[in-house]
Design a binder for this molecule. Structure first.
Ligand SMILES: Nc1nc2c(c(=O)[nH]1)N[C@H]1C(S)=C(S)[C@@H](COP(=O)(O)OP(=O)(O)OC[C@H]3O[C@@H](n4cnc5c(=O)[nH]c(N)nc54)[C@H](O)[C@@H]3O)O[C@H]1N2
Ligand SMILES: Nc1nc2c(c(=O)[nH]1)N[C@H]1C(S)=C(S)[C@@H](COP(=O)(O)OP(=O)(O)OC[C@H]3O[C@@H](n4cnc5c(=O)[nH]c(N)nc54)[C@H](O)[C@@H]3O)O[C@H]1N2
Ligand code: SF4
Ligand SMILES: [Mo]
Length: 755
């Protein structure tokens, strides 16, 4: 019923286009048996933050095919993961019944009725609340949950249980980008969109392996480059990834040193008079690292330390290449920066984000088609579902902050709860939450749509939290590692078994309609959340909803007049159209491409004196920050002489609970490995396939070697999808000071051949 990998590649024109860069393909072809379809139902791909529109073919009561939605931004294209979604729905190990662990952790899970499971879950939450107050419980959510689910959970926990212990996997992912946008522009979310990819004349791709992590977007970039030979691509990544193969200039460097590169580029831009004083004079302020106003002259003095030669010393990038990169960035008519986890998952991730924004503000490469700092989002609904609804420990909906008294009062009024209900203190961010669970401070946690026992950093330390606290978990697949720690498991309706909205990288909201019934005894998560909350003692007046559409209506109303205004996106409209980009304040508004731009963004007054208005900040100007280079938390040293970095492969989604069920995907990457540079392999006496030990200060593990020049000497790479090789046991859990995002991209390791 699905096409094979080979057929898929053969049938795809895009494969030919990308053949030249060796990137696996995108196809317009439907995966599945198209003739047998009764109706096509609109949706969004379950996987990455590209947010491709799909159409799900239904025959009788079964989903039988998937194809790209020709009317969404992906113009009918999907990558192999998206095209292979059907077999995931019908995987044999779907969780279909509620289960509890009667004998406590370590005892077997047994199937029970919904009522028993809900009672079993509610009791420890009630007890924790009674004994220790609201901060003894928590919600740990996901950028893959539907918007309606995250909005509801956030409301139940913050206004119902009265705790801000609401966090989730976007903390591991987008938190540094959020804090970067907030500090530079005053509000979260990018100003650009995918349309910029068709207009850009320079792509500055830093810390993003776009070809594997956002394949359909990569195709758009590759196509742009192919059709316009003048288009330049600069890739800054310590690894020579598939993405870097289309680069005119690939900057490889010692992992964790690119803050020096970014400051070095600014140095060159000013030295060569490639800056745009008219632009930053009008639209930017200069700000010291500790937040004080300063001048352009101060900035120049600060940058004096970052000569190309000095940058070469720190990063290992040849000085001439630093100059080249700066010139391409500044001299192109429109430069689009794209970045992802290579920048965010860093102890200085927020600073790195600020430094990218600096380059755009310094050169005026912003607020025009093709010129924008566009942070790529990882998960399909980290933007719409978590960042926009404020479902993190420090946030409230639509750009509001927990620490802001006025914002709390606004939310209390809107939610109809007494003043003072929302705590002024932020909740635990992710790492702190799992530490608090281990200490017994947080006694019960509700985990939704994420697999922390596999994906948290420093697993040996942080899974103690899951061993100690009571864990209620929603899941769809039995092989999720976290189920080992769950005290109660709620079977959740999976993708296209229920309806809801996803918001992707480009401020675009698209709906997935229900195509089929939930499998077995599974239920839509909004129902699970409401039933659970009622039993745990939350006043049901807080959630008078019958359907996901009711929740959407409330959230849409709440956005009205806010900097996230999407009041114009009615449910009906979302069902008729294939994705709309906010701001979209009225039902007849087409959505916004260029945020902050007069005449484009409906939130900029038509008579505003300036073309650009960064309305997130009081004076309407963005910040250029003087952020110094700082090394990573644990660089390589004498005892642990290699850097270990981790990341993704094109065919697996995170912990492979879904992609691992698709033979075509699983066969491409059956298990984890370690990539080692040929020179290092020679010195270590390692051949391809040899078992190699990685030993860090936390733990040691063995992986088969893949000898490849993808990694520069001194660097090794492991993917993290394999539950039989939990590479996160090797990692520390140092986090960024401001965003609290862990540094998954860098730790020091020994590498040696297994005796
Ligand atoms: N196939 C697939 N696609 C996915 C996902 C998936 O699991 N599988 N997950 C989605 C999610 S949630 C996310 S967050 C995104 C992640 O998307 P990406 O961030 O593009 O993917 P990663 O492989 O995590 O890391 C990107 C690159 O960062 C580089 N890097 C390492 N250290 C540094 C450094 O110090 N500086 C710089 N500049 N770069 C560095 C690595 O070499 C790597 O190539 O992918 C999304 N898309
Ligand atoms: N070493 C290393 N670790 C990392 C990263 C890295 O780069 N390196 N990246 C980090 C990043 S950016 C991210 S985003 C995280 C991702 O980490 P996780 O979110 O923990 O990983 P997933 O595999 O996406 O987990 C989703 C879980 O939800 C289940 N699921 C799927 N659909 C549904 C549904 O509809 N309902 C419910 N209830 N459950 C469902 C899946 O079976 C799976 O168990 O990993 C982080 N961890
Ligand atoms: S690029 Fe991302 S959203 Fe698009 S089909 Fe592939 S996994 Fe799905
Ligand atoms: Mo992510």
């Amino acid at each position: 019923m699905t096409v094979s990998r080979r057929e898929f590649l053969k049938g795809s024109a895009a494969a030919l286009a990308l053949g030249m860069v060796g990137a696996p393909a995108c196809a317009a072809a439907a995966a599945g048996n198209e003739e047998n379809v009764d109706k096509w139902v609109k949706g969004v791909c379950r996987y990455c933050g590209t947010g491709c529109g799909v159409l799900v073919g239904v025959k009788g009561d079964r989903a039988v095919a998937v194809k790209g939605d020709p009317n969404n931004h992906n113009a009918g294209l999907l990558c192999l993961k998206g095209a292979m979604l059907i077999p995931v729905i019908y995987a044999e190990d779907r969780v279909t019944e509620p289960m509890i662990r009667r004998g406590g952790k370590g005892s077997p899970l047994s199937k029970v009725t919904w009522d028993e499971a809900l009672d079993f879950a509610a009791k420890p939450f009630r007890e924790a609340l009674a004994a220790s107050g609201p901060n003894a419980i928590a919600y740990y959510g996901s950028g893959q949950a539907l918007t309606e689910e995250s909005y509801l959970a956030n409301k139940i926990w913050k206004a119902g249980f009265k705790t801000n212990n609401v966090d989730g996997n976007p903390r591991l992912c987008m938190a540094s980008a959020v804090a970067g946008y907030l500090t530079t522009f005053g509000k979260d979310e990018p100003m650009g969109t995918y349309d910029d990819m068709d207009a850009a004349t320079c792509f500055f791709i830093i810390g993003s392996n776009t070809s594997e992590a956002h394949p359909v977007l990569f195709r758009r970039i590759a196509q742009r480059k192919e059709s316009s030979p003048d288009v330049k691509v600069v890739v800054a990544d310590p690894r020579r990834t598939n993405t870097s193969r289309i680069a005119d200039l690939h900057l490889s460097f010692i992992a964790g040193t690119d803050l020096a590169l970014l400051n070095g580029m600014a140095h060159v831009i000013i030295r060569e008079e490639l800056d745009n004083p008219r632009f930053y004079g009008r639209y930017a302020n200069f700000v010291t690292n500790d937040g004080k106003p300063c001048t352009f002259e101060d900035y120049k003095v600060f940058l004096a330390d970052y000569t190309p030669e000095k940058v070469q010393e720190i990063t290992s990038i040849p000085a001439a290449d630093v100059i080249k990169a700066a010139k391409i960035f500044a001299e192109s008519s429109s430069t689009l920066s794209l970045w992802c986890m290579g920048i965010n998952q860093r102890t200085r991730g927020v600073w790195a984000n600020n430094l990218i924004h600096n380059l755009h503000l310094l050169t005026g490469q912003i607020g025009r088609p093709g010129a924008s700092p566009l942070s790529l989002t990882g998960q399909p609904n980290a933007c719409g579902g978590v960042r926009d609804t404020g479902s993190l420990a420090h946030l409230l909906p639509a750009g509001r902050m927990v620490a802001n008294e006025k914002h709390r009062a606004e939310m209390e009024e809107f939610w109809g709860v007494p003043k003072g209900t929302i705590q002024p203190k932020m909740g635990h961010h992710t790492v702190a939450l799992f530490e608090a669970m281990a200490k017994g401070d947080v006694k019960a946690v509700f985990i939704h749509c994420t697999n922390p026992a596999h994906t948290l950093p420093d697993l040996n330390a942080l899974t103690k939290g899951l061993e100690t606290a009571f864990v209620a978990q929603t899941e769809c697949f039995m092989d999720a590692e976290t189920l080992k720690y769950a005290d109660v498991v709620f079977p959740a309706a999976f993708w296209c078994e229920t309806e809801g909205v996803y918001g992707c990288t480009e401020r675009r909201y698209s709906i997935t309609e229900q195509a089929i019934k939930p499998m077995g005894n599974s239920r839509p998560t909004i129902q699970i959340l409401m039933d659970f909350a009622r039993k745990a003692g939350v006043d049901p007046k807080l959630f008078p909803y019958k359907t996901a559409a009711d929740i959407w209506e409330e959230w849409r109303t709440l956005s009205k007049g806010s900097p996230y205004d999407f009041y114009g996106m009615t449910r009906d409209r979302l069902k008729k159209e294939s994705g709309i980009k906010w701001p979209c304040p009225t039902e007849d508004h087409p959505g916004t491409n260029l945020r902050y731009v007069r005449g484009e963004d409906p939130l900029v007054p038509a008579n505003h004196p300036d073309r650009l208005f960064f309305y997130g900040r009081p004076d309407g100007k963005a910040n250029i920050f003087l952020r110094p280079y700082q090394p990573p938390f644990e660089p390589a040293d004498k005892d642990y002489p290699f850097v270990l970095t981790t990341g993704r492969v094109i065919d697996h989604w995170h912990t492979a609970t879904m992609t691992g069920k698709v033979p075509e995907l699983q066969k491409a990457y059956p298990s984890a490995f370690v990539e080692i540079n040929p020179d290092d392999a020679k010195k270590l006496g390692v051949s391809n396939g040899d078992q190699v030990v990685l030993e860090t200060r936390r733990d040691k593990m063995t992986f088969p070697a893949r000898i490849t020049d993808t990694c520069m000497p001194g660097l090794v790479f492991c993917p993290f999808f394999d539950k039989n090789k939990l590479v996160n046991r090797l990692f520390h859990h140092a986090v960024d000071n401001a965003s609290k995002e862990p540094e998954y991209k860098i730790c020091a390791t020994k590498v040696y051949k297994q005796a």
